[in-house]
Write a protein that binds this ligand. Structure first.
Ligand code: HEM
Length: 279
């Protein structure tokens, strides 16, 4: 080595963040290169980086809940929600691409699709929305299948949340035995909603989880609108019906009990205590 630092040059911004590698990862398929393909790739890669961060935070929140650190878990989930707000608005950047410009390189993407995003499914599974059929969809992608199978078996945010409520004395059984429209878990949530001052930590965590669910769902709505704006009701590159399929996903929920409890809430549950709390 001839420079004055010998074998140990000081750390630099570009080196630490591996900027050269990062900006070398956008391989456009269009030939000649279509101007908007770089935006299309950059947006998707940015999503995948944020998905990685969300999974990192969800894993941490589950450990915190297992350790009965509910305030810390709520704070972690608030970070997830802030990232998700960004993910929703990020769609607007893609909407600056005109439909005709998208068609200029869309055919090259076949049969790739966001439907195959492993980390998107991991977030769903880790949050509590697990569908065996979706796991099966990844059988030809070894890395994705291994990661998803692990998430499928592991306790989710939803499992960890209700286990944490059990530790704090609420009756919130693991199995969802739904009886007469709402179950014990929904009743436990009702208890938090009616006694949110006494149960402040649990309530804050429940609200942060609900917001995670809400913003993920807002992303789904915004994505389907953007897709319709871009390609109308054409079939998707992944082979689905396109917008028709995406609309079927809009009601998906990570924590149905958190939503359902609102239906059964009324002011009588307040000062006199929650009549459902004891089951
Ligand atoms: C021009 C832009 C886009 C179009 C036209 C588009 C279109 C579609 C279509 C038609 C589907 C249904 C599956 C299929 O048959 O392909 C889909 C699914 C999906 N897309 Fe996009 N998409 C776009 C941008 C994005 C972006 C930026 C993301 C960010 C990661 C994304 C993530 C997803 C995900 C995760 C699914 C699966 C949703 C589910 O199954 O619940 N898409 N997309």
């Amino acid at each position: 080595m001839t420079d004055s630092y010998g074998d140990n040059p000081p750390l630099s911004y570009n080196k630490y963040l591996r900027v050269a590698d990062l900006i070398g990862l956008q391989d456009c398929l269009s030939d000649p290169k279509h101007h908007d393909e770089l935006l299309f790739i950059t947006i998707h890669q940015a999503y995948e980086l944020w998905f990685k961060q969300i999974l990192h935070e969800i894993d941490a929140a589950i450990v915190m809940m297992n350790d009965d650190r509910l305030a810390a878990a709520a704070r972690t989930m608030r970070r997830v929600v802030e990232i998700e707000k960004l993910l929703v608005t990020q769609i607007h950047i893609l909407e600056t691409m005109t439909p005709i410009n998208f068609l200029g390189f869309r055919d090259q993407l076949n049969p790739a699709s966001g439907f195959q995003s492993m980390q998107f499914r991991e977030i769903e599974f880790a949050s509590g929305l697990k569908h065996e059929q979706l796991l099966h969809e990844f059988r030809a992608d070894e890395l994705a299948h291994t990661r998803l199978r692990k998430r499928f078996m592991e306790a989710s945010l939803s499992d960890a949340f209700f286990a944490a409520l059990r530790k704090r004395g609420l009756d919130a059984p693991l199995d969802e035995e739904r009886a007469k429209g709402y179950d014990q878990r929904t009743r436990a949530v009702l208890e938090l909603l009616t006694h949110f001052e006494e149960r402040y930590e649990e309530f804050q965590l429940a609200e942060a989880l609900l917001e995670h669910d809400e913003y993920f769902s807002l992303w789904r709505s915004h994505h389907v609108k953007m897709v319709e704006r871009m390609v109308g009701t054409k079939r998707g590159t992944g082979g689905s019906e396109g917008v028709g399929y995406l609309r079927t996903t809009l009601d998906k929920k990570f924590f149905p009990e958190l939503w359902e409890a609102r239906t059964y809430l009324d002011t009588k549950h307040g000062a006199s205590g929650c009549p459902f709390a004891k089951g």
